[in-house]
Write a new protein. Sequence first.
Lengths: 139, 139, 408, 408
Amino acid sequence: MSAHPSTLYSETVLAHNRAPRHCGCLADATHRGVAENALCGDQLALTLRLRGDLIEAAMFDGESCAITTACASMLTAALHGAPRARVGELRMVMTAMFRGDATAPGEFAAFAELRHHPARQRCALLPFDAALSALQPKE
Amino acid sequence: MSAHPSTLYSETVLAHNRAPRHCGCLADATHRGVAENALCGDQLALTLRLRGDLIEAAMFDGESCAITTACASMLTAALHGAPRARVGELRMVMTAMFRGDATAPGEFAAFAELRHHPARQRCALLPFDAALSALQPKE
Amino acid sequence: MSRLDDIAAIRAEFPQLSRLIHGKPLVYFDNANTAQKPRAVIDAVSGYFTEHNANVARAVHTLGEEATSLYEAARDKLARFVGARSREEVVFTRGTTESVNLVAYSFLRPTLKPGDEILVSRMEHHANIVPWQLIAAETGARVVPAPITDTGELDVEGTVALMNERTQLVGLVHVSNALGTINPVATIIAAAKARGIPSLIDGSQAVPHFKVDVAALDCDFYVLTGHKLFAPTGTGALIAKREHLDAMPPFMGGGEMIRRVSFEGTTFNDPPHKFEPGTPNIAGFIGLGAAVDWLEAVGMDAIAAREARLRDTMRAALGEVDGLRLIGTARERAAVFSFVVEGAHAHDLATLLDHEGVAVRSGHHCTHPTMQFFGVPATVRASLSFYNTEDEIAAFVAALAKVRRMLA
Amino acid sequence: MSRLDDIAAIRAEFPQLSRLIHGKPLVYFDNANTAQKPRAVIDAVSGYFTEHNANVARAVHTLGEEATSLYEAARDKLARFVGARSREEVVFTRGTTESVNLVAYSFLRPTLKPGDEILVSRMEHHANIVPWQLIAAETGARVVPAPITDTGELDVEGTVALMNERTQLVGLVHVSNALGTINPVATIIAAAKARGIPSLIDGSQAVPHFKVDVAALDCDFYVLTGHKLFAPTGTGALIAKREHLDAMPPFMGGGEMIRRVSFEGTTFNDPPHKFEPGTPNIAGFIGLGAAVDWLEAVGMDAIAAREARLRDTMRAALGEVDGLRLIGTARERAAVFSFVVEGAHAHDLATLLDHEGVAVRSGHHCTHPTMQFFGVPATVRASLSFYNTEDEIAAFVAALAKVRRMLA
Ligand SMILES: Cc1ncc(COP(=O)(O)O)c(C=O)c1O
Ligand SMILES: Cc1ncc(COP(=O)(O)O)c(C=O)c1O
């Protein structure tokens, strides 16, 4: 059950946390979403600029833990130029990875160790949920 | 914790149960009370005839277990000619006996073994409670 | 080949079964009251205390993650065991009693109006009567008893005839703890559904004895208690359709059931957590998970088959006893027998049987209306489980004869 | 001479304390979340399962009598431990959360009117906020927050000023689980009483740490939870004045809480049983009885004295840490410390401390309004118990320095 301590806070994660990419708010955002982590009260806001179904730019904002920050940093980078469906696809790969059924692409694989930290999986999913909330049709 | 099996259903108790005394209803009762045992649903009715503070006669009625029946048989006998305060006094001796702090007088000592049967103490107290209810001022 | 074929080995897994009572081997025939626990359950409980003791759903440290995993795994196991559609439909409660109260307070009470009716059978446990009476008294609704027959079977026609546009819920015990009757719950659920009436089935005495498939039954609510299922007391579940759980307001407030609390306004968590405020009986539910594992390893079909044999032997044996009147003679029945004996009070029989090592229950079995229907204040109840034996039945019958002689 | 002088021997009684976490000795500083269990408690629980397993208050057989005696003895022990006026004033519940809900539903709700106020402090646990919000929403009453100061102390004057003729209840946490503050409960109880307002004290974090005398406090309701008191989770109590318990309608319905049930009308049992429907967490309460025995043998005064020393050492150690901000700096405090650290998120600290063997809690500690007041989403909380040591404090401080370097 117990995780190998060193791998969750890997150099990849720590580096992203120290210097996150795409941190802030898109001035010309077309979509905006927020997600909250009930466990710690962290809130993460995500802004997107879409043209048709293509995400042109993404930024995130909010005070959050290293896991959330690093994942948001990776996600906003991965979404640049991606189709909007990418958010949901990536999230599914992440949860499959947490079950031990898949390996997420690229740097996201750094979160594989969360399999042994169910209470903190939500931290890595927060950016995805903020993006999904942004993309959800609003009344 | 466990009781000696033979002593609860002693010959004294079994004999009273087989042939209880004062079973029925006093035709010329001045007081009547009922008590109920929530555990088994048994009801016991007790009728008394008082002159002043003196109990002249007592009878009990109801279908009940051997412990209740035997105790009611002993109690009605003990109350003939006794002052009304006797009911409460005897009940206190009984509960003290259940705590191991006293021995009840005469045949009532047959219930000493109930000390090890808390769930059935109520069976022996039922006749006392019916008598107390009979003696209670009614509006 | 079933593990039950070696019954001595099975019995050896239940430490309590080798206890002596007044110097005699325990014959435990009070299984409908509560079941004995296998070593696997006892060890799961102490293992939690010695190895993983922590609170659930709160801390991110190793012990907290372990405790949470074990606790939530129990939910998965129980969901699978009873055929729930999803783990989110399984709300953990203290037992059947709390499960019914939860439905009463959160599902029914908010919309109950004067004249509304709640239909429950005359053979219900108090747990499936009193909660409805409490909310009925508050709202002006009525609890209507559904009829039963002299054999202790549900009068199905009579029950269906009582379903009408005022009926807000139909409640029925799956297996009667007082009579042993197995009720035709599927028929009643379907009849209620055809009329748009939600149904609640009290499965307390069903799940320990045969395979139950809640999704197939398609009732709106199914309630059960862990301690009759070989798990610790203080555990149980409400299995409810997700649409109801989503729509129901919370029952009790506190930690875990919330998403965010402020004095300006509070938002609630998703089911099942919305209905599980505060710290739960963690060791108990871990024990429940172990009990379900254990039962699945033995096999519910093997258990049902063995209990059917024990039931038939017991039934035949009781038929031989002079002056013994069975209360409840349904054709479809579990190995639960209530009876009265001429000239001997139920409590005297129970106490004296105990002196012979035989544990049975005497009393009203929390079913006053059923007792009233049969015109008895109390019965003796002998309720068997798969770990009981034919030898124990013989010992019971001999003990019964002996104590009757004493009381005569 | 106290048993605590030989702390190694004391620690050896708690099996979990010798666990390794990620290969490092466990430093358990999450005692405000839940406490570890001494062998005496674990053995009492398994002893019930292997020796006395039966339901309570129902059967007259030997096992039933034994289980009932053990269960009811736990009530006597707890009554004595907290200074209840009588055993009948001790209602067993699942924990503090259920205790508060019971008071909300049975005591307050029946008479609550639009405009009525329930006054609780801004440092309450959600368990002492949300139940009031639920019944307030239903009745049109309001939950009013009583002010606290920047040091995390109750603003006593401000609180008393908010008591008025609309106030139906004053609720206050005895020791704050988020801040460590020990509140002047006697003052508030007296002020409420002078105005005819009933008071409820949440003693969850008080009873494990010092001697509490409920009768002397003279509050109307005192609530506590067993698992912080070294007993199993899923146990707790409401200690209430008898006059309230007599007058309150039942909360949940079911077996044991009734005297007689019929479809024509049901009568209820006396307190405390009126409020304890169905089968309780028997093993848990037997464990609670054992926990109280254990604590009394060690002595609450010795425990309080040792914890005061640990508190002072910890406080001094935290004062040395650069960039660490204590949330809650009350003069009267328990050995419970919430803090935030510059540049490091609470959850990262907690996970990384866990990798060093140190168990602390991070998050909002079920006190959102308190966190909001201090303008932090979450804190790290280190909460100590008598079995902790100065060496563990040193290990904790070293681990904290190490993980901060990692995150920098
Ligand atoms: C002050 C306080 N009140 C209430 C509670 C809730 O206790 P429980 O979850 O055992 O009901 C806690 C513990 O989490 C607490 O610390
Ligand atoms: C049919 C039935 N329903 C409900 C209950 C109540 O269960 P619990 O006391 O565990 O809540 C019981 C057991 O006593 C039962 O047999």
